[in-house]
Design a protein around this ligand. Structure first.
Ligand SMILES: [Zn+2]
Length: 415
């Protein structure tokens, strides 16, 4: 494994039980320090409040190492010292917790609208708002910045670590420049710097499916999982792949465009200019189109309205969503054959009817049986906001890991 991919695996894995030491290059004190730091931070996040002695016992690290890391995390504002606890023997260990005053601004961009939110270090959405965005990325960036400034000003007591942005498109791995976002109608735009220059905070831009996957690893229930596929189902279908513990990015971040692989004998034109792409038959837009074919008077229906009709028992809504689910399952077979994931995750509004829709996806995915152990199919944690929480997770993951020394601006800290 290369140095870059092993460090990426470590960044993704983050937690103590997720670190696979055989992937770590020996002889690098720097990598070792960062792994230990990730372990301590994840332990505090998942089991806070903890004393330094608790951390040493739970991590297996030496007490002096734990103290050194704790001091560093305190100095950077990630954690804070809480009330001292009185023990049976009368000692008063100082407890450590995540710094509630530290927060992240998160942005999730969709065609036509974006959601901006204030998110805490545990992935809780403190507040959010929605704004319209159009086909011009520079104007959209200005609107997003205005909303972010309002959000920042409404939380004067929060210290901001930075801004995470989820985009339904491909991002250059080197520059984070947006390369290709057919459903937004955006191409070749430097969203990262457009936001950073106005906000004076670091922005980290990531493909929406990748960020959702990072969110599952950071906030979710993926301990020990090293092979997973995640699809975001909205106006299009995005895919993120975790293979052997590392995100698959391909040459300059272009990997994962499964939504644009022609899958169906369909003449439906895709936003990318081709016909018959997977997303033209499996996206939420496809489900709305299926419904309109069955009920022509229903023009202008949103996907959420279609879900509501489904819940009310509308037979055409049922047919439309079941057809979408069958095409999702067919496309997921492609991912399952290609990567043999342990888990297949689905993110998006359809997760709200998961119990009804999952058996249909499962049937297409696993019948006829796949070679090897079949993947577990599951919704992302709070699927409807996976992308938004993913934006925050991307920022956290990069700032607590190897990118910590690459900040372009100094975040506001508590005095
Ligand atoms: Zn396409």
């Amino acid at each position: 494994m290369t140095k870059a991919s092993s460090s990426q695996a470590r960044r993704l894995n983050g937690g103590m039980r997720r670190v696979d030491l055989k992937d770590v290059q020996l002889g690098s004190n720097d990598i070792g320090r960062k792994i230990n730091r990730d372990i301590v931070l994840q332990l505090i996040r998942t089991a806070q409040p903890l004393s330094r002695a608790d951390l040493a016992r739970l991590s297996g690290l030496q007490r002096s190492t734990v103290s050194e890391i704790a001091d560093q995390l305190l100095g950077e504002g990630w954690i804070c010292e809480g009330p001292n606890l009185r023990t049976a023997r009368g000692r008063h260990p100082i407890m450590l917790s995540l710094n509630d005053a530290l927060a992240i601004l998160a942005v999730d961009i969709h065609p036509g609208q974006a959601v901006v939110a204030m998110v805490d270090l545990n992935g809780r959405i403190l507040t959010s708002s929605t704004l319209p965005v159009g086909k011009d990325p520079a104007r959209a960036a200005k609107s997003i910045v205005s909303s972010l400034k309002r959000l920042r000003d409404s939380f004067p007591n929060k210290s901001l670590e930075g801004i995470g942005v989820s985009v339904p498109g491909r991002i250059s791995a080197k520059t984070q420049r947006l390369v290709f976002a057919p459903n937004l109608g955006w191409r070749d735009f430097d969203l990262k710097h457009a936001i950073e220059e106005e906000m004076g905070l670091t922005a980290e831009v990531e493909n929406a499916a990748n960020s959702s996957l990072i969110s599952e690893l950071w906030f979710g229930r993926m301990d020990g999982v090293r092979n997973a596929a995640l699809i975001t189902v909205s106006e299009g279908v995005g895919a993120g792949i975790l293979a052997n513990g590392a995100l698959v990015r391909g040459h300059d971040g272009a990997a994962g465009e499964f939504g644009h692989i022609p899958l169906a004998a369909s003449e439906q034109l895709c936003g990318c200019g081709q016909v018959g792409c997977w997303e033209t038959v499996a996206s939420n837009s496809a489900a709305v189109r299926y419904y309109a074919e069955l009920a022509p008077a229903s023009s202008g229906l949103t996907f959420q309205e279609l879900l509501n009709l489904f819940v009310e028992g509308d037979p055409n809504a049922t047919k439309a969503l079941e057809k979408q689910a069958r095409f999702l399952g067919k496309g997921l077979r492609m991912l399952a054959y290609a990567f043999s994931p342990e888990v297949v995750l689905v993110a998006g509004a359809m997760v709200s009817i998961w119990e009804k829709i999952a058996p249909i996806i499962e049937k297409e995915l696993s019948n006829p049986a796949l070679p090897g152990i079949p993947p577990r199919l599951q919704p992302t944690y709070e699927g409807g906001i996976a992308r938004l929480r993913g934006a925050a997770a991307t920022l956290l993951q990069r700032h607590s890991g190897e990118h910590a020394d690459r900040r372009v601006s100094v975040p506001r800290r508590l005095a």
